[in-house]
Design a binder for this molecule. Sequence first.
Ligand code: NAD
Length: 377
Amino acid sequence: SIVFVPKESTSGESRVAVSTDTVKKLIGLGFDVSVQKGAGLESRIPDEEYAAAGAKLVTATGAKTADVVLKVACPTDAEIKTYKKGAVVIATLDPYSNDKAIAAMAKAGISSFAMELMPRITRAQSMDVLSSQANLAGYRAVIDAAHEYDRAMPMMMTAAGTVPAAKVFVMGAGVAGLQAIATARRLGAVVSATDVRPAAKEQVASLGAKFIAVEDEEFKAAETAGGYAKEMSKEYQAKQAALVADHIAKQDIVITTALIPGRPAPRLITKDMLKAMRPGSICVDLAVERGGNVEGAKAGQVAEVEGVRIIGYNNVPGRVAASASQLYARNLMAFFATLVDAETKTVSINTEDELVKATLLTHDGKAVHPNFGGTAT
Ligand code: NAD
C-alpha cells in the first residue's frame, strides 16, 4: 500500500506529517512512502533527507494513488477530490468547525481520523497531538512575549542600576500554560497562574509559580473525567473576573491559554482590564483561533488596545515548526501503527477499538462519529 504525505496547502501551515524517522518506520511496516516535493522545507527537512530515508518524491498528484494520506491540517475540498475511494486520511481535522469537509469526506468514501479526538488514556499517550503541540505553543508564547516586551524579563542588578523582573501571569494551566510557566521562570520572571481545575493548583505550585483562583464549591467540581475544564457558571466567571482584574493591573505580561473542548474559548480579559494594565504591557492570546480569551485580540496579528499589545498569532506550534513536526510525526506514527495488519501489511480498521471509536469521523461512505454528524457504529 502507498502512504502519501502532501506539502500542506493551508496558508501559514509550516508543519509536515512525517519525519525521516517515521518514513523509515512506515517502510518497515511494509508501506511505500511518497512525499510531496518541498513538504518538509519549512520544518527543515529537505527532500534529499526524505529520499535518503527511502521515500519517493512526488508531486501533488501522488494523492491520487494513495491508500493512506498523512496530513497536518484538514484537507481542502480540492484535495479531497483527488483522494481515491476507500483512502484513509489521518490529520488534525478540527471537527468542531469543519462540517463541510466531514460531509465531503463521507461522500467521497474516505475513512478519516481526527487526531485531536484521541482519548487521554495511558495507551494513547504517545499519540496525543494536543499535548505535543500545546507544549511547544506554551514555550513559544513566552518567547513571542519577550520579543515584544520593551523591558528585560529577568531582574538585572548592574552598576548602572537595577532592572526589576517582569511579572508574568498565565491564565489556564493545562499543557500549554504549564510550559509557559516553566519557560517564563527560566527567563527569570516572577510568575503567577490561574485555572478553574483544582488539579492545576499543585502543578502550578510545583513549577514555582503562585496560584490565584476563586476556590469555591464549583471550582472543586470543575474537572471532567477526561481531565478537561467545564464551562463555568456566570456567577463563577464574575467572581473570577473580579479577582483577575485586581491581579492583572500589576502584571507586565499575561499569557492566556484557556480552552473548553467544543465550546468557544472563555472571555477572561476585558478592555477595562487592559486599561488597568501599564502601557507597554503584553498579552499573548493562545486561544485566539477559538474566539479568544482577550477582548480585542485579532487572529494573526499583534493588536494594540489601551496601550497593551495583544499577540494573536495563528498556529503557534507552527512557529516552532521543526520541533512541532518531529513530535507530530511521532504521534501520528504511533497511532497509524495500531491500524496496520502485520500479516497483510495493509490498514485494517476495527470499529470496536476505543481509539478508532474516538477518532474515526467518516467511514464506508458515512459520517460515523456521534458528535460530528454520525450515529455510533
Ligand atoms: P485545554 O487546552 O483544553 O485548556 C487549557 C486550560 O485552560 C485547561 O487547564 C483548562 O482547565 C483551562 N481553563 C478553561 N477554562 C478556564 C477559565 N475560565 N479560567 C482559567 N482557566 C480555564 O487543556 P489541556 O492543556 O489539553 O489539558 C487539560 C488537562 O488534561 C491538564 O490537566 C492536562 O495535564 C491533562 N492531560 C492529561 C493527559 C493524559 O492523561 N494522557 C494528557 C494531556 C493532558
